[in-house]
Design a protein around this ligand. Structure first.
Ligand code: GDD
Ligand code: MN
Length: 377
């Protein structure tokens, strides 16, 4: 295997370390890191939010002998916001090719950073220091409550926010290539507290970053105390729901559009009858009006953020074709169910037919009618 020094040598690395009241830890940590990473291309950025215990002063003092140490100060707005400011500064001002985010309290062993950097130098965009990958662990001193919170936080991130294939979604120890960060558009992340870790991974995963995990041992801090509070937990819950809902945004927009179209179908049918049209003619006209409206809303709103493939009229024809096919499919299922369950309520059978048909309808429109330019069917 390539050694850390040679593999990561070409990369300008910046450690981004947020601090709030880390006076007892910051100097030993910086000493340790500076010793382990002697390259002049490596920088250490401390993001301190006016810690009352004078952390910033200690950093300033240290940086007078070690010019690779930088200090970014600001108002306290939470861990996520500190990270966002720090990472942006590392990329834009310090010109980093890769950042390593880690805690200042020695919970993340400074000597593990090398392994993370090696992974992004060799085969990944993101290397997560993982407590839950095989070989990883948390300090036995961690209380039951903290373990429980961490375990369920991780499940929430996977099951609700939709992160896939990552065992430690809330880890605060990662090495990330800045190309992946730029691609992910991280400046839009609205996570103030600890949920930032999940929001960041979510962005990276949805924008196609290659994410790997390296097992770590997470030691409980010896000095100072955790800043994780109830507000963070509440924000965590809200944010993972928001991230999850965003994934299904197309689904609910499509559903809403369908409901509007159904109402318009009935409304125009009524209006056409009022105009004196024969009901056998009014019905298909009303259907066609609702199909066209349904198409236009989906085209401009539901899938409006896509670079859609092909001209609009072709999409319109496809949409119409699928709508009629859907009608036939719905009818076929309804008739089959009616023959199988003679006693059952027709309303129930119609409802049973609608559900799978709506799903098929959505999938076909998602992957075919409104597919993105360049995407294969
Ligand atoms: N600038 C700044 N502003 N730094 C902060 C803030 C803040 O508001 N809040 C916390 N920090 C710093 C701390 O000083 C420390 O260096 C680091 O962020 C982590 O904070 P801790 O309070 O030690 O977090 P923890 O040990 O409870 O949580 C760890 O595990 C979580 C998952 O279980 C961290 O690694 C989290 O990032 C991780 O999500
Ligand atoms: Mn900690």
């Amino acid at each position: 295997m390539t050694s850390v020094v040679t593999a990561a040598a070409g990369l300008r690395i910046c450690f981004v370390i947020p601090t709030y009241d880390e006076a007892p830890n910051i100097e030993p940590l910086l000493r340790h890191l500076a010793h382990l990473h002697p390259s002049p291309e490596t920088a250490f950025l401390i993001v301190d939010d006016n810690s009352p215990d004078g952390t910033a002063g200690l950093v300033r003092k240290f940086s007078s002998q070690e010019p690779r140490v930088h200090l970014l100060e600001g108002e306290r707005q939470g861990l996520g916001s500190a990270y966002l400011r720090g990472i942006t500064y590392a990329m834009d001002v310090l010109g980093a090719d890769a950042v390593v985010q880690m805690d200042a309290d020695f919970s993340h062993d400074p000597s593990d950073a090398g392994r993370l950097l090696e992974r992004i130098a060799v085969d990944a965009d993101v290397a997560v220091g993982s407590r839950y990958a095989p070989g990883g662990a948390v300090d036995p001193h961690w209380g039951r409550g903290r373990r429980w919170l961490s375990r369920w936080g991780n499940r929430g991130a996977r099951w609700i926010a939709g992160l896939r294939g990552i065992r430690d979604c809330t880890s605060g120890f990662k090495a990330i290539r800045t190309t992946a960060l730029k691609c992910a558009g991280i400046q839009d992340i609205r996570a103030q507290g600890y949920v930032f870790q999940v929001a960041l991974l979510h962005r990276l995963q949805t924008t196609g970053a290659r994410i790997v995990e390296e097992s770590i041992y997470f030691r409980d801090r010896e000095r100072g105390q955790t800043k994780l509070g109830a507000k963070d937990t509440l924000e965590f819950l809200l944010q993972i729901c928001r991230l999850g809902a965003a994934q299904y945004r197309n689904v609910w927009k499509f559903g809403l559009t369908g409901s509007v179209a159904a109402a318009v179908n009935l409304g125009s049918f009524y209006y056409l009858l009022e105009l004196g049209l024969n009901k056998y003619l009014a019905s298909p006209i009303a259907v066609e009006i609702s199909i066209i409206l349904n198409f236009l809303i989906n085209n401009h709103w539901t899938f409006g953020d896509r670079r859609l493939a092909g001209p609009r009229r072709v999409r319109g024809l496809k949409f119409n074709f699928i709508a009629l096919l859907t009608l036939a499919l719905n009818y076929a299922i309804f008739v089959t169910l009616s023959l199988l369950f003679v006693e059952a309520s027709p309303l129930l059978l119609q409802a049973c037919a609608i559900a799978p048909v709506a799903a098929v309808n959505y999938l076909v429109h998602f992957h075919w009618t409104f597919r993105e330019a360049g995407e294969r069917f």
